[in-house]
Design a protein. Structure first.
Length: 185
């Protein structure tokens, strides 16, 4: 844990950057940094007040106890070492977050590849279904007897049987694709 005394060393820019890192756990935002820097330039004794403002802010209250409020004097070497450790810790945390984001992106790319493969399989199945249905319609056009020779009910049963026979392998392929899709979730 870094102390306020260790944070007070350095330029106003270094103090503010370290204050953001220590109290808020993040790098400074441009607008806030400029505003606080201007306030510090106008009043060099304002560092402890700025520290209290950070700690008492809504964002600062969400991270209690990360900085020891002791403003006691410390050597420049100790302050520099503490500030360096603070920045090193922050950078290491960011490297870990970047690696996790890269791993997540790689996993997402694999999922996207699987989704693309499933879309292709579904599109192929749809094309094949349309082609088979057209072939079935063409085959049935010449094979169904004229209406006076065959009752409408028998004609309808025959057509339905032919459609079911053509749909069976396609339905099985569709169920296999659906299973792949559910397994990838």
């Amino acid at each position: 844990m870094i102390t306020l005394g260790e944070l007070l060393h350095g330029s106003d820019e270094e103090f503010l950057t370290n204050l953001y890192l220590a109290v808020l756990g993040r790098w400074p935002d441009e607008g806030g940094f400029a505003q606080h820097l201007q306030a510090l330039a106008a009043d060099p004794g304002r560092r402890e007040i700025t520290f209290r403002e950070f700690v008492e802010s809504e964002e600062g209250r969400s991270r209690p106890g990360v900085v020891d409020a002791d403003p006691g004097p410390v050597s420049a070497e100790r302050a520099l070492a503490a500030q360096l450790a603070l920045r090193t810790h922050t950078l290491r945390r960011e490297v870990i977050q970047l690696r996790e984001a890269q791993a997540t992106a790689a996993a997402g790319a694999a999922v996207l590849g699987e989704v693309a493969a499933l879309r292709f399989a579904l599109a192929s199945l749809g094309t094949e279904l349309r082609e088979r249905m057209a072939g079935l319609e063409a085959a049935l056009a010449g094979r169904v007897p004229a209406a006076p020779n065959l009752s409408p009910a028998i004609s309808l049963d025959y057509v339905n049987d032919q459609i079911e026979a053509a749909q069976m392998p396609l339905s099985q392929r569709l169920r296999a694709i659906e299973k792949r899709l559910l397994a990838s979730d």
